[in-house]
Design a protein around this ligand. Structure first.
Ligand code: SF4
Length: 328
């Protein structure tokens, strides 16, 4: 690890002022950033500790939703009574990620901003356009089992590794962001993460000097909520494919089908055409195939990860079948 300076921000203004400087990075739980610093993938000149600026509350919103402070830990969120009652999909997704010790430290904001676990990104001796723009992408012709089959580019095929944001995408949550000049904005989780395109170093839409303050879930909807994570072992493993689903049926037909997919792309993947194809239709294997065809129409494997394409299809079938059985 390279030497660095440390400052504790006392207020939100403090925090945004500090992170407006090029060499300063915010740290909260540090569960990802400290690993990357030890590997010298991240080499900030200074850390701004934001743990004491507030924003750790989880509170009801006037319209029946739930505002989760950026500094609420993953454990606090997963065990919160309203999350367990109204957004069980989110609790399941969080509990499917990492370990209890990590969830005790990891925060909402940090979890959203976690970086890919691509082997080449995490090894400074390897080529990686995300870490070192223009150096190439080792994964394109290398170890790519965990990599993207949707939305990748010829510059980067990394995946977003988290579970929490996949559930938040299915729930259509909003990310609240403030900047040093006092500006505030709200970004749908579905638009928070970026595809790699020609700027693979950019993971999300946060600008220099901006800080996440909360994620707001809309008022809960009726329907089955599911989170299915397919991985190589039963704990402490990233998703090969995951699906977060909010599904409702009435009179034997789909009336809601909000689905988001993890493990397939550089961001939680949400394709509104899937809901359009399902809503108003009677469940059947042919219908699930139609949904999977839409999801995977532009899917492209890279050697080792080609198995993800049929795996995503089978997992989508399984999730929709389970939702229909549980709704019956
Ligand atoms: Fe780097 Fe992306 Fe290529 Fe991985 S996939 S080596 S993160 S450019």
């Amino acid at each position: 690890m390279r030497p660095f300076q440390y400052q504790r921000a006392r207020t939100l203004d403090d925090a945004t002022r500090l992170v407006s400087q090029d060499s300063v990075m915010a740290i909260a739980g540090g569960t990802n950033l400290l690993d990357l610093m030890k590997l010298q993938v991240e080499t900030p000149g200074e850390l701004a500790d934001v743990n004491r600026i507030g924003f750790g509350e989880i509170e009801d919103t006037p319209d029946g939703g739930l505002r989760i402070g950026a500094l609420a830990t993953n454990t606090e969120t997963a065990v919160h009574p309203r999350v367990r009652r109204d957004y069980p999909l989110l609790a399941r997704a969080i509990l499917a990620g990492a370990t209890q010790q990590l969830r005790n430290k990891a925060t909402t904001g940090g979890n959203l901003c976690q970086r890919t676990r691509c082997f080449y990104f995490m090894n400074i001796d390897q080529r990686c356009n995300k870490r070192e723009p223009g150096s190439g992408c080792g994964a394109l012709d290398g170890v790519a089992k965990l990599h993207a089959v949707l939305g990748a580019s010829d510059q980067c095929i990394a995946t977003y590794p988290g579970d929490m944001a996949v559930a938040m995408s299915a729930l259509d949550a909003q990310v609240s962001i403030v900047s040093g000049d006092g500006g505030e904005r709200s970004v749908p989780v579905r638009e928070f993460h970026c595809l790699p395109g020609d700027t693979p170093w950019r993971d999300n839409v946060l600008e220099q000097g901006e800080i996440i303050t909360a994620v707001t879930l809309p008022a809960p909807v009726i329907g089955r909520q599911l989170y299915r994570k397919v991985r190589e072992r039963s704990s402490y493993a990233f998703a090969l494919v995951s699906i977060a689903a909010v599904v409702e049926l009435q009179h034997g037909k789909f009336t809601r089908a909000d689905l988001a997919f993890g493990g397939l792309a550089h961001k939680p993947w949400h394709d509104p055409r899937i809901a359009d194809a399902l809503i108003g239709q009677t469940p059947s294997d042919d219908l699930y195939d139609t949904a999977a065809d839409l999801l995977l129409e532009d899917a492209q494997g890279h050697g080792e990860n080609e198995f993800k394409i049929p795996l995503a299809r089978r997992t989508l079938h399984a999730v929709l079948k389970q939702a229909v059985e549980e709704a019956a």
